[in-house]
Design a protein around this ligand. Structure first.
Ligand code: GCO
Ligand code: MG
Length: 446
């Protein structure tokens, strides 16, 4: 029997698939393997949009041909939720139906290039929703929590930080004390600047509710802010002492040179980290900041693309990487990013505000607990409605996130209940990001 006869016989034995007997040998292996048994396949990919806490959340559900086996992933880009929904339902779903959900890396790589143009926030979030769901499926199939598939626990629980804010020194201090009483050791502090729309604190600009949302102007001026922040830290260190770890988010809103001066001004107050001193468009300033200040620096929530962060990491220009995991495409790239950071003593501090779904928070914490160079996890409490919609939210206790040992991400989604919290498609607050302007009317980074 010659090779051609053997091949024909072999193919016939696998259900008679017609196959070219010429061409690369690699084509043979998957076809033969695929018919060896009834393979696990993706049968559906769908996006669930829900807002149980009033913030638009985007979750992807990947279903398979194994009864009851499905996975969940976070794809939350709250400002463009409908665009992510389209990217998943119209483009990724037809590309994925019928594929083997255990081929997580291959599905990530092929989905990533499937749009040709890539590395942007919408498509990365869409891929993240699928990616996290495939990891969830793998965990469920193996009966193990994801952190075990990532190498196992490096710690029992994940240390977290919360957001304290206020419109006065005293009210910020009061909110810091509240979190300390709840057992937190790390607190981010933000204070409203009089007459301004300050990030992270209640806006104190004039009420504009009688203006159409896209015509309102939220005023922001850097100078009053950079003068107020050192006073806030001086007051807090006198009020709450040196033990508590204090953090602050500049939120990319001031000229780079003012951020460098602010980092220097804050050195005496020993911050845990100063976040987003620059915008992603100004990463060239990090080398100047590093040369002038020992204030620890965190950056990353606005990054989508390895070209934005690999330079900062290899040159040791930041101390904490703060990406929004779904923004870079999910757990598959985030695991690689955490490993890269380990070799440069950069610690993880994944983005974890209200516009990361409980599924995304679960993914954060599974990765945190298995990462040796974990730094801190931004945390939030989950409303009772969120906990009903997402059974299995990570538990927040004594300042830590705790995980169950449930298989996969250990969190579920009640679709029927999720439907009771439909997203609002264009609420006024959507316009806030584009309505921030300097006093002279110039548009500024939000
Ligand atoms: C943070 C972030 C958020 C973002 C928000 C954007 O540090 O948690 O800065 O507050 O502003 O996620 O939608
Ligand atoms: Mg931030």
């Amino acid at each position: 029997m010659d090779r051609r006869q053997w091949l024909s016989g072999a193919v016939a034995a696998t259900g008679g698939l017609s196959i070219a007997t010429s061409g690369p040998r690699s084509l043979l292996v998957p076809l033969l393997a695929a018919t060896a048994q009834d393979p696990l396949q993706i049968t559906n990919v769908k996006t669930i949009l829900t807002a149980p806490a009033g913030i638009r959340l985007v979750v992807v559900k990947v279903e398979t041909n194994e009864p009851g086996l499905y996975g969940l992933g976070c794809a939350t880009f709250t400002q463009r939720a409908r665009a992510v929904e389209t990217a998943v339902d119209r483009y990724l779903k037809p590309f994925l139906i019928g594929k083997d959900p255990t081929r997580i890396e291959d599905i990530w790589q092929s989905s990533f290039v499937s749009s040709y143009w890539r590395n942007g926030p919408v498509l990365n979030n869409a891929i993240s929703g699928v990616d996290m769901a495939l990891w969830d499926i793998l965990g469920k199939r193996t009966g193990r929590p994801l952190y075990e598939l990532f190498g196992g626990k490096c710690r029992e629980a994940v240390d977290t930080y919360r957001h304290a804010s206020g419109s006065s020194l005293e009210s910020v201090a009061e909110n810091v004390r509240r979190y300390l009483d709840e057992g937190f050791r790390h607190v981010r502090v933000q204070m409203a600047v009089e007459g301004m729309s300050t990030y992270g604190a209640r806006s104190t600009t004039a009420d504009q509710s009688d203006f159409p949302a896209n015509r309102r102007t939220n005023v922001w001026e850097p100078r009053p802010y950079v003068q107020a922040v050192p006073k806030l830290f001086d007051y807090l260190r006198h009020e709450v002492g040196d033990a508590v770890e204090l953090l602050h988010d500049v939120h990319e809103r001031i000229p780079p040179i003012l951020a460098i001066q602010l980092a220097k001004d804050l050195e005496p107050y020993r911050l845990f980290f100063l976040e987003d001193p620059f915008s992603p468009e100004d990463v060239g300033y990090f080398q100047h900041l590093r040369a002038q200040s020992s204030t620890p620096i965190a950056m990353g929530e606005l990054f989508n693309n390895p070209n934005e962060f690999t330079g900062l990491i290899k040159d040791r220009l930041i101390d904490f990487i703060r990406v929004h995991i779904s923004q870079i495409g999910g757990l598959t790239p985030a695991r690689k990013l955490a490993a890269l950071c380990e070799y440069f003593a950069v610690r993880t501090a994944w983005h974890g505000p209200g516009d990361v779904s409980p599924v995304g928070h679960a993914a954060n914490v599974h990765l945190d607990i298995a990462t040796p160079n974990f730094g801190i996890q931004e945390a939030r409490s989950f409303s009772s409605a969120e906990q009903d919609v997402f059974p299995g939210c990570p538990e927040l206790r004594d300042g830590y996130y705790w995980l169950s040992d449930q298989p996969g991400l250990g969190i579920d989604l009640d679709e029927r209940l999720a439907a009771r919290f439909p997203i609002e498609d264009d609420p006024p607050f959507d316009m806030n990001w584009g309505n921030l302007r300097r006093a002279d009317g110039t548009s500024t980074k939000p």
